[in-house]
Design a protein. Structure first.
Lengths: 114, 301
């Protein structure tokens, strides 16, 4: 029954209000950062305690997070991006990144409380 | 309540006093009435009344963040399944517990059972509560259109006389409408909810429409109104020792100041938010100043 419920909810997605352009832009930046970090949607979802479909919706601009989860997302992607950048030589220039990606890349190695 | 007073009381009046205290937001007082009802039922050896009182007391404890010790007995009451009424109460309390713990899967499981019991009992009000509960779970998952439909159904079922609960459902629907871009509808619902709560003296619950109104005014670029509601939410959070509400108020006040062109004040709010709630995320003020995350944040998640 729970599975049926999940399917029913998913089936309603195409009817959802189209997200504004700005939301889609942030969503695209998140997707790009996740891909840069070498994380699949499933991996990121598992780290955040979400369903992969939730990550897909987030990247499409029609899912929102609690503040706590947003912080965890930043911590996960920020820390991963930092470790990737540290491992690369020379360091990757990020001048072409949007503001979200830039700030996320500066995010520290801090781990959120579980 | 003394033994003598308890002996002179009856179960229904104790329960009703508890219910009225809950509606008025006097939760500590409500707990004492429900405790008294529980003692009364146990002394009378009335199993059905005992389970009912236990569910009422457990629901309250869950709302107050102290419900963990009640969960096993709630499951036992649910399993006994003597009456649809107590089955509904137990399932509702369990669903609410998991909702607050943000365990959507378990919350949905018990919410579905609550809805089935509500149907079985034939109670329009319980069906409304079950709809509202399911709406909350959908809202937490950012399924705004689906959540709005559940709230609309709940409002149809909920009698207008049930002021506080109706106001809380309207508040939920109002937030959905604002997120969906239907601001006029959202404002109407949110202000109606606020007026009802104020009229009924249910000050404890005012924080919800205040936070949503702050967000709604922010979306409408009316920063003074947003700040006024944000500060009112902050005050309400302090009065009720509502940590989660305070967190959202600090975030919204920061966004308001940022969008109103006062980055220094915005930083101050965001800094307060970070120090109090995310001490290990020192980057948070910079992040929130640099990026508009309004479209990424769900106030009800």
């Amino acid at each position: 029954l729970l599975l049926q419920h999940r399917i029913r909810r998913t089936a309603t997605l195409p009817n959802a209000t189209a997200p504004p352009q700005q939301v889609q832009l942030v969503g695209r930046q998140l997707r790009r950062l996740r891909q840069d970090c070498g994380l699949s949607r499933e991996e990121l979802a598992a780290r955040l305690g979400l369903q992969p479909a939730d990550v897909a919706r987030l990247e499409h601009g029609d899912h929102r997070l609690s503040l706590a989860l947003l912080c965890r997302l930043v911590a996960e992607l920020g820390a991963k991006a930092e470790s990737l950048r540290a491992a690369s030589a020379p360091p990757r220039a990020d001048d072409d990144d949007g503001p979200a990606v830039k700030v996320l890349r500066r995010a520290p190695h801090a781990r959120e409380r579980r | 309540m003394s033994d003598q007073e308890l002996a002179g009381a009856d179960f229904e009046s104790l329960t009703e006093r508890g219910r009225l205290a809950v509606e008025a937001g006097r939760l500590d007082e409500a707990a004492s009435w429900y405790d008294a009802a529980l003692v009364w039922a146990e002394r009378q050896g009335d199993g059905e009344a005992r389970d009912r009182a236990y569910c009422n007391r457990a629901t309250l404890a869950i709302e107050l963040g102290d419900g963990e010790a009640y969960l096993n007995e709630l499951r036992r009451i649910l399993m006994r399944g003597m009456k649809a009424a107590n089955g509904f109460r137990a399932a509702y309390a369990l669903a609410r517990s998991y909702e607050l713990k943000k365990d959507r899967g378990k919350a949905q499981f018990y919410a579905r059972i609550a809805r089935e019991h509500a149907e079985l009992a034939g109670s329009a009000q319980w069906r409304a509560w079950a709809r509202n509960l399911n709406g909350n779970l959908l809202l937490a998952g950012s399924f705004f259109a689906d959540a709005a439909r559940e709230y609309e159904e709940a409002l149809v079922l909920e009698p207008a006389a049930a002021g506080v609960w109706r106001a809380l459902i309207e508040e939920n629907l109002g937030y959905c409408r604002v997120v969906q871009g239907r601001r006029a509808d959202g404002f109407a619902l949110l202000y109606r909810a606020l007026r009802t709560l104020r009229r009924l003296g249910a000050r404890r619950y005012e924080i919800h429409p205040r936070l949503s109104l702050c967000y709604a005014h922010l979306e409408a670029a009316r920063y003074r109104d947003a700040e006024r509601n944000g500060r009112a939410a902050l005050t309400a959070a302090a009065v009720n020792d509502d940590r989660e509400g305070r967190k959202m108020a600090l975030y919204l006040l920061g966004e308001t100041a940022k969008l109103a062109g006062d980055p220094a004040r915005a930083r101050s709010w965001f800094r307060e938010l970070q120090v109090e709630h995310y001490p290990e995320s020192g980057y948070l003020p910079d992040l929130l100043l640099a990026i508009d995350v309004r479209q990424l944040v769900n106030l009800k998640a």
